[in-house]
Design a protein around this ligand. Sequence first.
Ligand code: NAD
Length: 646
Amino acid sequence: MNISLTSTHGIATLLFDREGSSANIFDRATLEELSTQLEQIAADNSLKGLLLRSAKPSIFIAGADLKTLSSASGDELASLIDLGHRVFNQLEKLRIPTVAAIHGACVGGGYELALACDWRVASDSSKTRIGLPETKLGILPAWGGSTRLPRLVGLPAALPLVLGGKLLKPEAARRKGLVDAVVPREHLESHSLGYLKNGKRSEPSHFLAHNPVSVAVIRKKAGDDLEDKTRGLYPAQPAALDVMCRAVSGSKDASFSREKEAILDLARRPETASLMRLFQLTERAKKHRYTEAEPREIQRTAVIGAGVMGAGIAYWLSTRGIDVVLRDISEKAVAAGMARISKNYDTSRRKHILSATEAARGLDRIHATARPVPLHRCQLVIEAASEELEIKKTIFADLSQRTAHDTLLATNTSALPIRELAGSIENPWRLLGLHFFNPVHRMQLVEVVRTDQTSDEAIATAIAFVRRIGKMPVLVKDSPGFLVNRILLPYLVEAAEIFEKGGNPKVIDDAMLDFGMPMGPLRLLDEVGLDVAAHVAHTLAAAFPDRMRVPAIAEKLVEAGHLGRKSGKGFYRYGKNGHEPSPKALSLRTGSEPAPRDLQSRLAGLMADEARRCLDEGIAESADDIDLAMVLGTGFAPFRGGPMQI
Ligand code: NAD
């Protein structure tokens, strides 16, 4: 049994508590059980109200069972959608008022259940998240969510939530009308019961937003925005837009039928299969055991180097409650790093990602220093100093003296072979790579790099640490460029060389935007920095001379001081009004050959080939890890599922 029904003083309570699981989810059996309970409630004339709540500590209801959804045949899916509609309608049509007391994740089908209630009250806990993320999986809310949400909060508020698949914190959910109140967890039940006194709720009219002219305008604008953002590559969003815009007039039942038709169509599409698989890979990456060893606890860390990456890592760790000693070689470098970190904290406060107290506490956890201080109390040191092997060797030799014998020593190098640092330290079993991506606060992936000598315990500890700080670890073998940079480089080099031979930069970049990459390869080179990219290319060209090169055009641009975005000029020239091809870069081209017609297959094919080599060489454990790392680390077109799928 997954739901229990009790009643006292005329108020019934449905308590969701899925057996043998930390999450509540909806599968066929749970929906049928709910239906039976609702029949009993409807038949009991003594009842005056119904409260729905969860017994789980951090989940209200996490949505539909994705395993069932992704493996269901067309007929099975149709009958599951019908069942959901029928049961949620039963709830909505009860004669008595109903309230959902929401604590923890109230997501997808879980929020669709809440939408069928009269009232919704949420706890103010950091665990509470509310929303309909289905379009991120290539489908749409089809148990009434695409119909009830716009009718409740109005199309203008509902569309961005569903089309963006956004999950909201409690207060944001209240401001947008998704819940009626936010209260401390200890008052959740009493406050929710109070709402039952308001009786049944009638649907708001949204007269101005929902008249046919307004709906046409809203629909056109949202459709144009979607086309700009997704280039027509993600069918779920336009399907949801259509269903939601039609949902605000006419009968609910007709709209439920359109939800069903749309989900049946979307479920058959390859884009949906890729997105569902990626979601499952992400879930797996959160718990996959790469080794049987037990992780050690990490609370105190040091970061060496307060540049772009060091400051980014120190900021992120401190937001996650971890103490950081941040060390650089000069007061000036330390001050620049701290200025970067303060700016990040200011932005997070302004955007309500952190409260003022959380930001102040986070900043307090960073102890910045330009002096060589003892680091014996740190359990982990992350080196993020300049990308020069000799500098790193000196730093590691020093760290070996300055830390405890079992302090884990990690480098954030982009491409240098980590084993070359092993000779500089005692106990090289504690040496590994923790390769964060830039910008650290936004990029979810961390490559955990294992050398031949790294111990299982060090790996288990590093993986657990990466998860604890809310990032996604993928374990890779020590080899130049590791996984992501190695797969990306041949693609970037080829794009730069096509440009150098005369290719139009916009044609090259547009081709890969149309392929589904978040940014064209030349723009990406500019973002990374042409000096940084050339450095990585040198390392990889030395390791794989048969197929990796340093593009001459990048070296020429670096020589001219055109380093990409950070210097305002690279392949493009950057100004207040965006960017345009840089005259200097155009003048450095050596030919006038137009870009080849098969740009997409040629450029993406290079990534696919290198990805297969990485799998053959055991750089990653599986094709799944490679696909996930490329999507999280580079934004590789998620609807295509990753480079191993093309
Ligand atoms: P950066 O030039 O912004 O910062 C490097 C910092 O290291 C500077 O502040 C410098 O003063 C400091 N430093 C130099 N020698 C030092 C020493 N002996 N002790 C302490 N500090 C020292 O470089 P970055 O972009 O932050 O890169 C740092 C590392 O991260 C490099 O290995 C780089 O390859 C890697 N990385 C960079 C990116 C990126 O996109 N920038 C992404 C992933 C990894």
